[in-house]
Design a protein around this ligand. Structure first.
Ligand SMILES: Nc1ncnc2c1ncn2[C@@H]1O[C@H](COP(=O)(O)OP(=O)(O)OP(=O)(O)O)[C@@H](O)[C@H]1O
Ligand SMILES: [Mg+2]
Length: 452
């Protein structure tokens, strides 16, 4: 996976491409050097062969066989070839006993391939003025040696370039890849609703930084707009509370001081109840805003979940009894402490128990459980009431949403939004599950980290 990512990075591919171009350039250069050197050496050998043949024939026909024999004898390195043949092609003297049939008798030196001769040797065949045929050759060990050297150098340098290039490409692409990882982690946090996160920008101001800068500017603007929207909501909630309170006080006075009867009284009572409902909603909305704005760490302290749960159960016991619901505690004693805001945690669990008691019919059972999971403690509130269908479990966490099945119960659909805000602020995970029958709401009380 990691390797595939490495391979796909621009620095890796660019470096690899440069490496290939470089290797081709090196090969071309070496080829050119070989070609030039080989040509030069061949010309030198040709000159030797031509002058040798000329020297031999210069002394005339007399003693030519002896001169040829002597030339063979003096060639201690065995790099020269001589052959003297009669006009009919019969061997007279020298270390070459048959005339190579491919060579024309024109005195021009050429490369020759024949057994008994070194590969690549160069030779000429010429006819002497008196009719005999003289063969003079010179081997080309230097040339074949040069070719071996060049081919070896090519293979070696090619391999070396390839290895070095791959290493360089890996090193060069690791760094940007690591930075992309950082960016990914930061963006994941942003996606989880952490409005304050920004992508890291390094001091190098390279193209990744430019992109991160643009993304950060966008995030700044998004955060600003979001706060604006939120503050409009909060302000509305705040500003309407005073006139609503005044309205409620008036209605209350009418209710207390007048002697209304029958339908009139009922209407006043209903108006009072509805005003109360509105006030509750505004209070809850303001509460969510408060939690979202709260400085995360300011009220954090080590919290014993056991005591919080016990407190919640104690407080809800009378209500449970009223509703004919059994409230059961299943609390492990060895749960570790968590770093949290105890007041908010209490509020969150209270909301969950509140829901469970509200939606579970008479005779039902609500269990408040504290268990220890691999990652840390888990608080679970389970009931055997109507539950929430799977396709509504996300929605009920949103403000004002109330599941279709249970809309007849009183409520404003803000309780779970408060729990969600509290969980998010702690980086805890809130999950809803089917309790078959009923609903089970779990709060995993360990910060999952931002990428989890
Ligand atoms: N234990 C539960 N059993 C069945 N449905 C539930 C349960 N808890 C929540 N729900 C569903 O989720 C919806 C949202 O819950 P939430 O607590 O946000 O609002 P509410 O309880 O209706 O009102 P509020 O809490 O603001 O008084 C509820 O209206 C209900 O439909
Ligand atoms: Mg509720």
């Amino acid at each position: 996976m990691r390797l595939r990512e490495l391979w796909r990075t621009t620095p890796f591919q660019l470096t690899l491409m440069h490496g290939v171009v470089f290797a081709i350039a090196v090969m071309a250069l070496m080829g050119l050097i070989y070609q030039q050197t080989a040509g030069y050496l061949a010309r030198q050998i040709d000159a030797i062969v031509v002058s040798e043949a000329r020297n031999l024939t210069l002394g005339g026909a007399e003693h030519l066989p002896e001169r040829v024999t002597q030339a063979v004898a003096t060639d201690s390195r065995h790099i020269e070839y001589y052959g003297l043949f009669s006009a009919e092609g019969i061997w007279i003297s020298g270390n070459v006993h048959t005339l190579p049939p491919t060579l024309p008798i024109d005195g021009v030196p050429r490369e020759i391939h024949a057994k008994n001769l070194q590969p690549g040797a160069r030779a000429l065949v010429k006819r002497t003025p008196w009719g005999e045929v003289l063969f003079v050759g010179h081997d080309a060990l230097v040339l074949t040696g040069l070719r071996t050297i060049i081919v070896n150098a090519l293979l070696l340098s090619g391999g070396l370039i390839l290895v070095l290039d791959l290493a360089a490409a890996a090193v060069l692409s690791l760094r940007p890849l690591r930075r992309i990882d950082d960016l990914r982690a930061a963006s994941r946090a942003a996606l989880k609703g952490e409005l304050g996160v920004r992508l890291p920008v390094s001091r190098r101001r390279d193209e990744i930084d430019m992109l991160a800068g643009v993304a950060n500017a966008m995030m700044d603007e998004t955060e600003r707009l979001l706060w604006e929207v939120k503050s409009v909501g909060d302000n509305v909630a705040h500003d309407l509370r005073t006139p609503l309170n005044r309205l409620r006080a008036r209605l209350y006075r009418v209710h207390q001081e007048t002697k209304l009867e029958g339908v009139d009284r009922l209407m006043i009572d209903q108006a009072l109840a509805e005003t109360d409902e509105m006030l509750t909603r505004f209070r809850a909305l303001q509460r969510i805003g408060e939690i979202e704005r709260r400085d995360r760490q300011a009220f954090f302290e080590p919290v014993r979940l056991q005591s919080i749960l016990e407190h919640v159960i104690e407080l809800h016991a009378p209500l449970a009894e009223d509703r004919g619901v059994t409230l059961v505690a299943d609390i492990t004693a060895n749960a570790p402490e968590v770093s949290a805001d105890p007041t908010l945690l209490f509020e969150a669990v209270s909301n969950l128990v509140d829901n469970a008691l509200k939606f579970t019919p008479n005779g039902g059972k609500v269990t408040v459980r504290l268990s220890v999971r691999e990652g840390g403690p888990r608080v679970e509130v389970t009931d055997n009431g109507p539950g929430v269908p799977a396709d509504e479990r996300e929605a009920v966490l949103q403000r004002f949403y109330r599941a279709k099945r249970t809309r007849t119960e009183p409520g404003s659909g803000l309780g779970l939004s408060i729990v969600t805000a509290i969980a998010r602020m702690h980086h805890f995970t809130l999950s809803l599950d089917d309790a078959r029958p009923g609903l089970s709401v779990a709060l995993d009380c360990w910060p999952r980290g931002i990428e989890g």
